[in-house]
Design a protein around this ligand. Structure first.
Ligand code: FE2
Length: 237
């Protein structure tokens, strides 16, 4: 092979590798990156089309919830961090740094809601027959007794959260637990590792279910939970 042909081969290889990396970046664009602190403080793209969760969550709900509510949290956050050290920090670090500080309540609320919603979109996936991965299924059985008992505990937390907030499946001390948090509060600031979340603010369900939070929770728990995402979040070891 001539030197020129060699160079061309090398160039093609580098180009192909760059295309692959770019394709991966597009495929992985969005929430996992920002949840891991690798992305700038910009609204991540949704991991599915805005009508992909129908008939359980409508495109209209997603358009307001993501396009208005979630975007506003990011817009407010960027306004609050402009010109400050937090502007270059990872989202999770901002949440942790602002937690419990009354002087940083606005920063906490907006950064935590930016994080919580990024996590929520990934906690959902279009309806499929995907099963709970084996290791996670075993942990659910060990922690709750059965999958049905888990579903009841998750639904009870969603219903038991008075007013706005979140229900979470978390891993804490080697066990899985269900917790609920009010407003923007998040397990990110605790020892627990979030695996899945359910947004129970009214804006998450009112257009589709009006006051029927229980029907929204049941629809999501029965049809839309992203168990592959939950398994990825499980602490190793
Ligand atoms: Fe929300």
């Amino acid at each position: 092979m001539s030197e020129d042909a060699n160079k061309n081969d090398r160039r093609d290889f580098v180009k192909a590798a760059a295309v692959t990396v770019a394709a991966m970046a597009v495929k992985d664009a969005g929430f996992p990156a920002i949840l891991k602190g690798a992305a700038p403080l910009t609204l991540p793209t949704l991991p599915w089309a805005d009508n992909a969760l129908e008939p359980f969550i409508s495109a209209k709900t997603i358009s307001f919830h993501y396009g208005k509510h979630h975007k506003t949290y990011f817009d407010n956050l960027n306004g609050l961090v402009a010109g400050k050290p937090e502007a270059d920090m990872a989202l999770e670090a901002i949440v942790k740094g602002a937690a419990g500080d009354p002087a940083k309540a606005g920063l906490f609320n907006n950064s935590a809601q930016a994080w919580n919603h990024s996590f929520y979109w990934n906690s959902l996936r279009p309806k499929s027959d995907a099963k709970v991965p084996e290791d996670l299924a075993a942990k659910i059985d060990a922690s709750f007794g059965s999958y049905d008992a888990f579903k009841k505990a998750f639904s009870d937390a969603a219903m038991g959260q008075f007013g706005s907030g979140w229900a979470w499946l978390v891993s804490d001390g080697g066990k899985l637990k269900i917790v609920k948090t009010p407003n923007a509060e998040t397990p990110v600031t605790t020892s627990a590792t979030p695996l899945l979340t359910l947004d129970v603010w009214e804006h998450a369900y009112y257009l589709d279910y009006q006051n029927r939070r229980k029907d929204y929770a049941a629809a999501v728990i029965d049809n839309l939970l992203n168990w592959e995402f939950a398994a990825k979040n499980l602490p190793k070891g």
